[in-house]
Design a protein around this ligand. Structure first.
Ligand SMILES: [Zn+2]
Length: 228
């Protein structure tokens, strides 16, 4: 394998690290070669334009890759991922992605996909001090628990309770999408996108739909905007 100039001493020091990331680059070359072999125009076509029909808001967990578990190809899903697939109304990153996907790419569906066995969800139910930034983030999940405390406290078995919290969290994040003026404006003017709440099973690889809000769904009037 060719070694980049000047990288040799670094490679000796950090041989293992180099190997692991070099493998990614090597696999990338193999993948690109395979794509061109199967379809010589593949990258030319993708480089021109992207017209994804879906925005995916998923967990950053490495076991839940959006394209792989839905059998989709590059160009088909616009993706945003964060810890525990949250839709936080002060998160400029999420809102910029949502704005771009809805207003400019004109996606037809926004999918919030959580997953059973989510470490972020579980962490939020403990009293552990994870220090500044993580505490701030996980607080949003604690709020979901509090909203549904009666139902959740009634589930005695811990795994079942966590699974239900994962589902309820997805539902609340879908509802949070509907509270944005971005979604409300698109609903009013273009009758899209539909919002979907899904949960992926790490143990069987199956996605379970748990909640849906079709474009134009009536929401609590407190959150709806005039003059969109
Ligand atoms: Zn997760």
């Amino acid at each position: 394998m060719p070694v980049m100039e000047g990288a040799e001493s670094f490679q000796i020091q950090k041989k293992d690290t180099m190997k692991s990331y070099e493998k990614l680059l090597l696999e990338n070359k193999a993948w690109a070669g395979e794509k061109v072999h199967d379809d010589p125009d593949y990258f030319n076509r993708l480089a021109q334009v992207q017209t994804p029909e879906f925005l995916w808001i998923g967990c950053s967990d490495s076991r839940v890759p959006a394209n792989e578990i839905t059998g989709t190809q590059p160009g088909e899903i616009f993706v945003h991922r964060n810890v525990a697939n949250m839709v936080v109304n002060t998160d400029v990153n999420l809102l910029a992605v949502l704005d771009y996907a809805v207003v400019h790419l004109k996606v037809k569906h926004v999918i919030v996909c959580g997953h059973y066995g989510c470490g972020g969800i579980k962490a939020a139910t403990t009293n552990t001090d994870f220090k500044l930034v993580l505490n701030m983030w996980l607080r949003n999940i604690k709020d979901v628990y509090r909203l549904h405390r009666e139902e959740l406290d009634g589930i005695k078995e811990e795994e079942a309770r966590m699974n239900r919290l994962v589902e309820l969290n997805v539902k609340e994040q879908v509802a949070n999408l509907a509270k944005t003026s971005i979604i409300q404006r698109a609903w009013k003017n273009e009758n899209r996108p539909d919002l979907h709440g899904w949960v992926y099973g790490l143990k069987d690889g199956i996605i379970k739909p748990v909640f849906e809000m079709k474009a134009g769904t009536k929401i609590d009037s407190l959150y709806s905007y005039d003059g969109l």
